[in-house]
Design a protein around this ligand. Structure first.
Ligand code: NDP
Ligand code: HEM
Length: 501
């Protein structure tokens, strides 16, 4: 290989990359050593803000291959024919930990996918769980505060977590999954992914269907117990990066079976549960999984920072044939992610190579930070619309079918008329004795140091899922020496502040 010459970022050859320029061998350094100043200045700018949530992550490039025809549900080109392959990138993450957090911690895992389709980027920004902790976006920042550090102690606070959860019964389904065996996957390839929200498909005939996306691991489920994870973290904090990167380097490409559940548009008025409620699944018995394709991760990033850290996923990125639903949480996320990207990465983050669509892009956004890409309307006179210079124009054929909306604008109490117990009960009833025992002890471990009134309030919610659930957690608390004394606890649904008075 021919030897390459080191250059400045302006392209000029560098004469010496070992010694600073000084007045005499002992110094001082001269201000005109621009290369030294440039290196120090660049280093000072090597960090960008970490993601406010999902900061610690692992990712890779891959391919989606369509194996079954679903074109009767969606006109999306990526699903247009069997055998169709779409390049994509995935990023998995934990939610609460910071950039340097250990990988094998008990937490929900992010499962974010960006598909570079011929009609633009489609992002599915899901989790390894089919549901979420809250159903109203107004509660998302409060929930995340309970997962992050306490402002005074700068420690994570089990009291804050259980205080919030015990006052938010809609969290029970997700809390049960989080505390179950599936709460600490061994590595990203050993877990399922879910789009979680209800999205929509629409076809060439203008018919709309509601859809949920499932990614079933083909490596099988593998999980750590608390004890195994603790022992592992003592040895390595980077187990997911090692496993995922290593497997792909060895050619052992992780795969998932991609499935959808489809609900005809008008069924949404008939189901006993709100199908747009993110704390609920659609039972498989009612809406069976329909196989669509296979997802394979087959290429590691060459530069983690440029391709994984600077990847910007957003539920707002949909393509013709795939769209949103009335889910309130999804609606909030449509705003939140692009806003986060503009802050974290800069105005034109979508033009970064990892985020740039692999199809022609024509827009009239103008200046701003990182405007490094050319005017792609093909004509310097075309920077507004309408214009007389053959600039790009809209395409009414990709208008999605109109959505019927009804109701008075108001703040509706989402806790009224919502059954928060039946679906966690269905899950609890799937668990065998061993799974239940580990669920109880995982919860007791996570409740260490939490005030008794909060523990009791939470156990009463577990009682409503199943009497054995509440009883099991109480017993595990006693076994953990958690100072649990049911008689000392006020029999009240009061908040901790009220109970303390
Ligand atoms: P099914 O018996 O048809 O499906 C049970 C589902 O539970 C499977 O998807 C299985 O995933 C999953 N599962 C098993 N253990 C766990 C766990 N510890 N954490 C999360 N998921 C787990 O039942 P239904 O469709 O009638 O649903 C019953 C309950 O199963 C639901 O209330 C919900 O809690 C849970 N569930 C349902 C899903 C759905 O979309 N219907 C999706 C995921 C969970 P796998 O097949 O990969 O083993
Ligand atoms: C990351 C907001 C709910 C999955 C993020 C980020 C924000 C955010 C601001 C950081 C984005 C970035 O800097 O790139 C919200 C809000 C929510 C919400 C406001 C609810 C109202 C959810 C739900 C899921 C989810 C329900 C899963 C179903 C993710 C994932 C990431 C993420 C996977 C990381 C994406 C990546 O790898 O870059 N969220 N979130 N979030 N969120 Fe959410």
């Amino acid at each position: 290989m021919t030897k390459k010459t080191l250059t400045t970022s302006a392209g000029a050859p560098v004469a010496d990359n070992q010694n600073s320029m000084t007045a005499g061998a002992r110094g001082p350094v001269l201000l005109q050593d621009y290369q030294l100043i440039e290196k120090l200045a660049h280093q000072n700018r090597e960090r960008i803000p970490e993601r406010v949530v999902h900061a610690k992550g692992w990712g890779a490039h891959g391919t989606l291959t369509v194996t079954h025809d679903i074109s009767k549900y969606t006109r999306a080109k990526l699903f247009s024919k069997v055998g169709q392959k779409t390049p994509m990138i995935a990023r998995f993450s934990t939610v609460a930990g910071e950039l340097g957090a250990a990988d094998a911690e008990r937490d929900v895992r992010g499962f974010a996918l960006k598909f570079y389709t011929e009609e633009g980027n489609w992002d599915l920004v899901g989790n390894n769980t089919p549901v979420f902790f809250v159903r109203d976006p107004l509660k998302f920042p409060d929930f995340i505060h309970t997962q992050k550090r306490h402002p005074k102690t700068n420690l994570r606070s089990p009291t804050a977590m259980w205080d919030f959860w015990s006052l938010s019964p809609e969290s029970l389904h997700q809390v049960t999954i989080l505390m179950s065996d599936r709460g600490i996957p061994v590595a990203p390839m050993y877990m399922n992914g879910y789009g979680s929200h209800t999205y929509s498909f629409w076809n060439n005939d203008g018919e709309r269907f509601w859809v949920k996306f499932h990614f079933k691991t083909l490596q099988g489920h593998k999980h750590y117990t608390n004890a195994e994870a603790e022992a592992l973290i003592g040895k390595t904090r980077e187990s997911y990066q090692e496993e995922l990167f290593g497997a792909i380097e060895r050619g052992e490409f992780p795969k998932w079976r991609v499935c959808v559940q489809i609900m005809p548009e008008t069924d949404a008025e008939k189901t006993s549960y709100n199908p747009f409620d993110l704390t609920k699944v659609w039972p498989h018995g009612d809406y069976p999984l329909i196989e669509v394709g296979e997802l394979e991760l087959n290429r590691n990033a060459d530069n983690y920072f440029a391709e994984i850290e600077m990847a910007a996923f957003s539920p707002s990125n949909v393509v013709p044939g795939i769209s949103y639903s009335p889910d309130k949480m999804l609606q909030a996320r449509i705003f939140s992610y692009a806003d986060a990207h503009r802050y974290r990465l800069g105005t034109h983050y979508e033009a970064l190579p990892v985020n740039a669509p692999k199809c022609p892009v024509h827009h009239y956004h103008k200046d701003g930070a990182m405007r490094f890409f050319p005017n792609d309307t093909g004509n310097p006179d075309v920077y507004y619309e309408p214009n007389s210079f053959n600039g790009p124009t809209e395409d009414p054929s990709v208008n999605e079918p109109p959505l019927k909306i009804s109701g008075d604008g108001d703040r509706y109490n989402h806790r009224i008329g919502n059954d928060d117990f039946s679906q966690p009960r269905a899950l609890f009833e799937l668990f065998d004795a061993g799974q239940r025992a580990r669920l109880f002890s995982n919860i007791a471990a996570a409740m260490g140091g939490v005030p008794p009134v909060i523990k009791e309030r939470q156990c009463r919610l577990f009682d409503q899922i199943h009497p054995e659930y509440g009883a099991g957690v109480r017993k595990a608390l006693e076994a953990a020496g958690e100072g649990y004394d049911p008689n000392a606890i006020p029999v009240t649904d009061a908040t901790p502040q009220e109970a303390a008075e």
